[in-house]
Design a protein around this ligand. Sequence first.
Ligand code: ZN
Length: 490
Amino acid sequence: MSAPGVSVVVPLRQGGAGNAVAAIERYLETTGFTFEVLAPENEQYAVALRRGVSDAKGGVIVVVDPELPYPVSAIGDAVAMVDSGGTDIVFASTRAGHRGSAILRSILVPILPDPSIQLSAFTSTAAKIVAGESRLVDCRCDLEIAFLANKYGFRVERLVVQSSSRKRAYATLDSIPSAISIRLANRRNAYRAARRCPVCFSAHVWTAAQIPGNVVRECGRCKCRYLNQFTDDEGAPVRRVLRAHAEVTPPSYEAHSQPAREKTSLQRFNWLRGRLSSRARILEIGVRDGSFGAIAANEYEYAGIDPASAAARQARARGLDVTCASLSSFVNTGPAFDAITLFHVFENVPDPHDALARIKDLLKPGGMLFLSALDTEGLIYVFSEQKRMAQNFRTHLILYSRSALIELLERSGFEIADVGPDFEYRDQKLVRHWLQSHHPFIAPLARVILKLLPDPMIVSTGSIRIVAKRRAGMPLNARAIRSVEPTHAR
Ligand SMILES: [Zn+2]
């Protein structure tokens, strides 16, 4: 017989849940799922729960109260939420706006389970990791599970159900010591380490936000943010891989008019020109509409690469030497480059260490890297982060802080020559639209001022630009950084 699709675990403190088990079986038979119902018994709730989860073979694991104080169809709803791939974990709650006690949230995590109901559903990977790592023996292991869900970067959603029971599994005040002991256990490294930061390899990473269908992780050490995506292949439970976006969303620069893009490109070109000798050979990674290449090709020997065939085709139509290739697949048939540019491209690279090693190989010793990227330590980013999280991660995989970028470059064999704010040209209609939707009160006054300014106008996007020079010889510590972290998924 093939493995069941759904495993329902009913942890029992003592026997006698025959009615609940029968009701669940009757219900699941009507849904068409293949299923199994496990009723592990132990005096300790958490011990029974862990045994049930470790025995469960289904792709979706549902944990149910033995009293079943809610309609049995709630199990089907929870399974559907996990099965659809929208979330990894579902906590049921009796109230739509349930957030849990502020004290517990401040000690643990922003998303807590509802103590009045113990219905929850997990993907089998999530269940085996969070239940397997939990240590508490009483019902407060629900809090521990919520904490571990955050630690390991699982997405958590709520399911609202009607419940007849007003019995509480745990009380806030009594739970504070447990919450503190969970934090202390974490400090002692009692739990399995979370996947490390892809930039600095620190294990101090947390969920910064949940965006539709995904989770954004935050590194406490280098302050970078990255998109967390899971692949279930290879059967490795904690293997989490940064993947490129499956569907290609139209890049945001296309919202800007041709004159705005040309002016931005010209401004970038002037930034380079002061630092390069004439007839230098330059490579642009990510050519977009080719407007930068069109300007650069007049003075320099220009080559470009772009993994998107449409962008490469469009740039070639302008007479530019552009190859449709990614950084890893690009083969340089000419001499090494004097300069490489990455204008807001580095954020889309899944492995920054590999990318910089590759860039270093393509550059001459002493060659320059011109890089612009969003800065998570910048004021604009800090103030707009919560609002723009989903938008920022629609096209980006990793957002860097300026200190992380500088450290990364220095450790990859580059010397920082200059760091400064990055500016771009924007059409006034976009600025007016932004003002109208974000600051409607000052919009009329701002419109009057905007009339006095040129269109397109120069604005700060909260990004920085860095000029880094390739050092000659081997990078400092490059081997050491890689070899001390064999656990990093690659
Ligand atoms: Zn980091």
